[in-house]
Design a protein around this ligand. Structure first.
Ligand code: NAG
Ligand code: NAG
Ligand code: NAG
Ligand code: NAG
Ligand code: NAG
Ligand code: NAG
Ligand code: NAG
Ligand code: NAG
Ligand code: NAG
Ligand code: NAG
Length: 773
């Protein structure tokens, strides 16, 4: 099992509803957008009148209604049978009707932002000639920008959300601070300017919220939402660390003066489990989008990604994001933690910035010293130390009879270890079937002194945990070495060196093995993910209502915690988008995305190409355009712009689906290929002959600049771009060019090919990857 520890995933368990009428399910009846602001009661009445055409009475219609979307998104969600859904889909003004897919969702750091600065100044040279502090000043630290975070809520008492010294709430803000359990308007401030919660979908599917396992309010029980929100916009907090020992330093979000609006859409999964897990539903997320747009957020950060790709027109996140994009709200989402297998990237619509996860230059070194003198590298953030030599045992040799099968031997699953054998020893646990922290809990239960954990992911990236006992995680390939030592020695022993934080690790960044990868499973002609940012072992604020491991049996409380996942990289990019928005309030969401992507880097801190976790060169399927460099993105030179109309034209070429989101739009008679969306990357499926795509760039730098072209040709193809020089007389001017890609004669290509092209005026470099599929 290569999935990362479930402690950093928001997971939705497949539901088996045992409702009396088995075929009743939640559907979303989507009606596009509201034409004008009307009386909210009238809208709900109107929605009810649609429902009444398929239900027997007004009461029945009312009882089946889950949400009426009233602000921007027009539509409602309701319990329907397949037949009722079909009838509604044929009604006037109904754009589409789709099932709310019950699916799995996955759901600041001291070092990660410093590391970005290092990359900009150290690795790529002082090209922009501006220090990062100056950039932050130029963006006023994101002062008037409002970032909406759709997640598990927030722990408002965290110092990261202090509003000390902050100016008044921007006058454009129209949101609220919704009261609920342990949360009222006094919990909002000039930093945390809004908070709302959505659980009608959750309750419709799971029954009433068990208030002993979560707060009926925006207060965070899980920790994930507090972590992501503080990564976007946490204040500077000195001397933070995990458990006083790890990753210590100053924690600060990427846009420290930006405002936060919290939309709680994920809730504790009621299924029995030793670890707290959370669930998010489409209909709740659509309601949050509907409010966030009306409230006046500028950026939306959504560290939630579906287990499976959902068609664009049936995906609550994609639809909500389209309405947001129409108003130039930047939507940033996580790519998913389902890597490294190909085509695992999620949130693939072209109007969302999709973020992969890479490492930073910090490790938590805790090697294992074997009795034979061998030293095996390991990492940990457990506060417990066991710096003495102890007998070492393999879990597979320490199990109570009958508790495991051939498939589960050695995995330290709950209830398997024999206390008699394990007592006082260090236990080697193999990966699979349970999370890292659950394995630790089992070793502790059986009286083990410490444990060595085989890392679930292959390669060099190790996601660390604050285990409940001494322990360290080793590279997955090293477990065989330790097992061999145990097998060939009568009295095997080991010592676990206590963990310590080590900065400046090289090479960095590398792509994490869990980060979801391309090609895009829905529309391969749009490259996804778009970009990568730090997502491995990130320290940020935490909920004091859960433990750092999220194990129910762990009673520790921490203010900051270390987590890994694309959930952690997404808010880094959201923060960068907020800074750009602050510096360039008139830029479109596509221009901001373009600025981030075309200025990203493909090399690491030793000046070589960024690799995957196994040391092989990473490709645009891992990182899209590359690793973000916020300072450079402030001044990109040129941008690839697109607007709502362009996205609808894209949907025309995508199976003619524009009518499924906006029936007022008429597709042209001849569709261009989806590759022609004016995107900052080029992905094109090769059919035969040649591929030709069109691009337009807008000069956002000074007038009088001349951009020259350079090309990195994909192996086996020729690339022709015309013209090769772009002369801009003034700022705001647009220039178009065509890209033609042809296979070289006599070459048979049976794999993906990667290349790039770049415009440069000597100061700015505007780079785009090319992928031929
Ligand atoms: C970068 O260059 C500018 C001028 O080109 C200089 O003023 C600045 O100090 C340099 N910054 C660093 C970090 O070297
Ligand atoms: C909000 O709750 C706190 C307790 O958490 C209480 O002291 C305060 O009076 C409440 N404020 C309002 C406006 O209800
Ligand atoms: C609510 O959760 C608690 C803690 O998990 C559990 O003991 C209790 O039985 C649950 N109540 C209901 C009604 O499910
Ligand atoms: C920082 O925190 C640690 C542990 O929490 C404490 O021992 C130390 O004195 C603090 N340092 C400063 C400068 O406050
Ligand atoms: C389990 O593994 C043992 C030893 O490798 C083998 O003898 C046995 O047949 C296996 N059992 C099953 C059910 O596969
Ligand atoms: C395991 O992988 C790491 C990182 O790739 C490498 O440094 C180490 O030598 C490998 N160990 C073995 C036993 O192959
Ligand atoms: C969108 O951009 C296109 C150019 O790509 C332009 O022709 C069109 O007017 C724009 N539409 C809107 C609504 O701004
Ligand atoms: C779009 O077309 C492809 C094949 O052309 C098909 O696999 C896919 O299911 C279609 N999607 C929709 C939304 O119709
Ligand atoms: C790009 O190609 C199109 C269609 O082939 C053509 O009409 C257009 O003039 C070309 N544009 C440039 C800038 O070469
Ligand atoms: C329930 C479960 O996840 N079982 C898996 C345990 O791990 C083995 C391999 O390690 C899988 O084959 C099982 O499917």
């Amino acid at each position: 099992m290569k999935a990362p520890s479930s402690s950093f995933l928001l997971v939705l368990i497949i539901l088996h509803l045992s409702v009396s009428c088995a075929k009743r399910q939640i559907y979303i009846v989507y009606m596009g957008e509201h034409e004008e602001r009307r009386n909210l009661l009238e809208i709900e009445d109107k929605h009810l009148s649609y429902l009444m055409t398929v239900k027997n009475s007004r009461e029945e219609a009312k009882a089946s209604m889950v949400y009426s979307y009233k602000n921007v998104i027009n539509g409602f969600s309701a319990f329907l049978t397949a037949e009722e859904a079909r009838k509604l889909s044929e009604m006037d003004r109904v754009v589409s009707v789709f099932k709310s897919h019950p699916m799995k969702y996955m759901i600041q750091t001291t070092r990660s932002w410093d590391f970005i600065n290092l990359l900009t100044s150290g690795n790529s040279g002082n090209i922009s000639g501006i220090k990062d502090e100056e950039i932050l000043q130029k963006a006023d630290y994101g002062k008037d920008i409002i970032v909406g975070v759709l997640d598990t809520g927030v722990w408002p008492e965290s110092q990261s959300f202090s509003d000390e010294g902050m100016g008044p709430v921007p006058s454009s803000w129209k949101g609220i601070c919704q009261s609920g359990i342990d949360f009222n308007s006094s919990h909002c401030n000039r930093k945390l300017i809004g908070a709302r919660y959505y659980l009608k979908g959750y309750e419709a599917q799971y029954g009433p919220l068990n208030e002993t396992i979560n707060y009926r309010s925006a207060r965070d029980r899980d920790g994930h939402g507090t972590h992501t929100a503080s990564t976007v916009a946490g204040r500077k907090v000195h001397n933070t660390s995990l458990l006083g020992r790890f990753a210590s330093g100053t924690a600060e979000g990427g846009a420290p003066l930006a405002r936060l609006a919290i939309y709680k859409v994920c809730w504790t999964t009621p299924a029995p489990s030793k670890v707290l897990k959370s669930t998010c539903f489409h209909e709740d997320m659509m309601a949050a989008f509907d409010d966030a747009i009306a409230d006046g957020v500028h950026v939306i950060s959504i560290s939630i990604s579906p287990y499976k790709n959902i068609e664009y027109t049936q995906d609550g996140i994609a639809l909500g994001a389209l309405h947001a994009t129409k108003r130039n709200i930047v939507v940033v989402a996580s790519a998913g933690n389902w890597g490294p297998a190909p085509s695992t990237v999620r949130n693939v619509v072209p109007w969302i910035i999709t973020v992969g996860a890479s490492s930073i230059d910090r490790i938590f070194s805790s090697p294992v010293l074997l009795g034979n003198g061998l030293k095996i590298e390991g990492q940990t953030v457990t506060p417990y130390k066991l710096n003495t030599v102890r007998p070492l045992v393999y879990a597979g040799d320490a199990e109570a009879p009958g508790t495991t099968t051939n498939d589960t031997v050695g995995l330290c699953l709950s209830g398997t270890l024999s206390q008699e054998i394990v007592q006082g020893k260090i236990v080697l646990c193999l990966r699979g079937n349970s999370s890292n922290v659950e394995k630790g809990m089992e070793v502790k239960r059986a009286g083990g002194a410490g444990f060595i954990l085989q890392n679930p992911a292959d390669g060099i990236g190790v996601s660390v945990d604050a285990h409940v006992l001494p322990g360290t995680a080793i590279f997955s390939n090293d477990s065989a070495t330790i097992l061999n030592y145990i097998r060939t020695n009568k009295n095997p022993t080991a010592r676990i060196v206590p963990g310590r934080t080590v900065l400046g690790s090289k090479p960095s960044p590398f792509m994490t093995s869990f980060s979801s990868t391309g090609p895009n499973g829905l529309e391969p002609n749009i490259l996804k993910p778009d970009i990568t940012a730090p997502g491995l072992n990130i320290l940020a604020a935490w909920s004091e209502a859960t433990s750092p491991t999220k194990l129910f049996a762990d009673n520790r409380v921490v203010k900051y915690n270390v987590l890994s996942g694309t959930s952690m990289s997404c808010p880094h990019v959201a923060a960068a988008a907020a800074l750009i928005k602050a510096a360039h309030p008139d830029w479109s969401s596509a221009a901001i995305r373009s600025a981030l992507m075309t200025t990203s880097t493909q090399s690491n801190n030793i000046g070589t190409p960024i690799t995957d976790a196994n040391g092989n060169p990473a490709t645009p399927f891992h990182y899209g355009s590359g690793h973000f460099q916020p300072a450079k993105a402030m001044d990109p030179g040129l941008v690839y712009d697109s607007n709502y109309t362009d996205y609808l034209l894209f949907l025309c070429s995508y199976n003619n689906t524009a009518k499924n989101v906006d029936p007022s739009f008429t597709c042209p008679r001849e569709f261009l290929s989806p590759s022609n969306l004016n995107y900052p990357t080029v992905a094109a499926s090769f059919i035969n002959g040649e591929i030709s795509v069109h691009r337009t760039v807008t000069n956002v730098g000074a007038g009088g600049s001349v951009y020259k072209l350079s090309i990195g040709t994909p192996i086996g193809y020729s690339v022709n771009i015309s013209p090769t020089t772009l002369n801009f007389k003034h700022s705001g001017e647009m220039k178009s060019f065509n890209i033609t890609i042809k296979p070289e004669i006599g070459v048979t290509i049976d794999d993906y090919a990667f290349g790039w092209y770049m415009w440069s005026d000597g100061t700015h470099t505007v780079r785009s990857p090319i992928v031929v599929l």
